[in-house]
Design a protein around this ligand. Structure first.
Ligand code: PLP
Length: 400
């Protein structure tokens, strides 16, 4: 367990508003004035601290959020985007050109899988999907064309934990960049400290925490982020998904309560995981001693934030699953909805939703059956009441 505390970095980040406000003012402008022709040419050529050109390049509100996220992920800087998928696309297209290859974990968000499998090959960028826990398999896929090794810190929806340190060693042998999607484990794991070159988030999830916005970010060194913002060749600048000022500002305010929320999400998920295990149910939760990567997680996690709010349950049959999901919503366990990181509990059946893009053979290899339910536990204070409601639903559908 690491003592490094990313929340302290965010708490130390002070930005004043235009009139001394405790929140930075929202910069409601798409373009910015210059006083001299020379300065304008200079800003077109290179990044100048405190100078803004046009809000698609970067805007002050987006800059403040980016800086706070960089402090959290311990990277030099960051860039905020209009969705998590935009962050992934911009980062990958910023690295790869026609003919290049990606080695990717097969257990990733369905949208990312579909991007790699269906869209990128149209531009000559091909992906080899691997079991990211199997280092020999990862090594065997390396070729001179490999530019990226891509993975999620905690995989979706099977909650496997990859050893980023080992992946980094392999990446070094071929000069590939390690790109890690840390959406499931903000604050809990700091991939950059373990060897990631680029850390991605869907801010839509835990970081915003209110399920009212779609956004993403790319955290990395200045050289890489500036290359994405280059006016002539940067994928962030030219594909154009830079996050809007209003959303940047609202997400920054939510980011400041992330540490408290993560602690409660983790506490609730662990409570339920223990209770369900006691009932003999098949539960996947990295905080349980029987999780295959429990020890690894303990080794790499930052102290104090727990094992996260995600839990996967096997409801045995698809008939039970299809009855259970709407019933749990009726009985106020939470919402039957995709996504995660909301203050209320969310649950869904990944096979028919967030992972439906994955081919059936891959779903089978991952062990993702029709009866797998993914929970994102909320921050309710009375988790015993939530558990009692879950239990009565399980009894009603014959799962218990
Ligand atoms: N990464 C992960 C792990 C996700 O779960 C998701 C969405 O569910 C994304 C990326 C994409 O994020 P967004 O929906 O913000 O584009």
């Amino acid at each position: 367990m690491n003592n490094w505390n990313p929340a302290n970095n965010i708490q130390d980040y002070l930005v004043f508003g235009e009139f001394g406000g405790v929140n930075p003012s929202i910069t409601d402008s798409s373009t910015y004035t210059f006083l001299t022709a020379d300065k304008m040419s200079e800003v077109f050529e290179k990044e100048i601290e405190g100078c803004y050109l046009y809000s698609r390049h970067m805007n002050p509100s987006g800059h403040f959020l980016s800086q706070a996220l960089a402090l959290m992920e311990n990277t030099e800087t960051a860039h905020v985007t209009s969705s998590g998928m935009a962050a992934i696309s911009v980062a990958i297209l910023g690295i790869c050109s026609q003919g290049d290859e990606i080695i990717s974990s097969r257990t990733i968000y369905g949208g990312t899988y579909a991007l790699f499998q269906n869209v990128l090959p149209r531009f000559g960028i091909n992906t080899k999907f691997v079991d990211i826990l199997n280092m020999e398999e990862v090594k065997s896929k390396i070729t001179p064309k490999t530019k990226v090794i891509y993975l999620e810190t905690m995989s979706n929806p099977m909650l496997e934990i990859a050893d980023i340190r080992e992946i980094k060693k392999i990446a070094k042998t071929c000069g590939a960049k390690v790109v890690v999607d840390n959406t499931f484990t903000p604050l809990i794991i700091t991939p950059y400290n373990l060897g990631a070159d680029i850390v991605i988030h869907s801010l839509t999830k835990y970081i915003n925490g209110a399920s009212d916005a779609v956004a993403g970010c790319i955290c990395s060194d200045k050289e890489f982020i500036n290359s994405l913002k280059d006016v002539n060749s940067g994928t962030a600048m030219l594909l154009g998904p830079t996050l809007d000022s209003f959303r940047s500002s609202s997400i920054l305010k939510n980011l400041h309560t992330l540490h408290i929320r993560m602690i409660q999400h983790s506490k609730n998920a662990l409570f339920i995981a223990n209770k369900l295990s006691e009932l003999g149910m098949r539960v996947i939760y990295p905080g349980l001693a029987n999780h295959p990567q429990h020890q690894l997680f303990k080794e790499i996690m930052n102290e104090g934030y727990g094992f996260g709010g995600m839990l996967t349950l096997d409801a045995k049959t698809d008939t039970i699953t299809h009855k259970l999901l709407p019933l749990m919503q009726d009985k106020l366990v939470g919402y039957y909805a995709v996504s995660l990181g909301f203050y209320k509990t969310l649950f869904s059946n990944p096979k028919n939703s967030t992972s439906s893009e994955l081919p059936i053979e891959l779903q089978n290899e991952m062990g993702m059956t029709d009866s797998i339910i993914r929970f994102s536990f909320g921050i309710d204070m009375d988790i015993q009441r939530t558990f009692d409601r879950m239990k009565s639903c399980f009894e009603e559908v014959g799962l218990l």
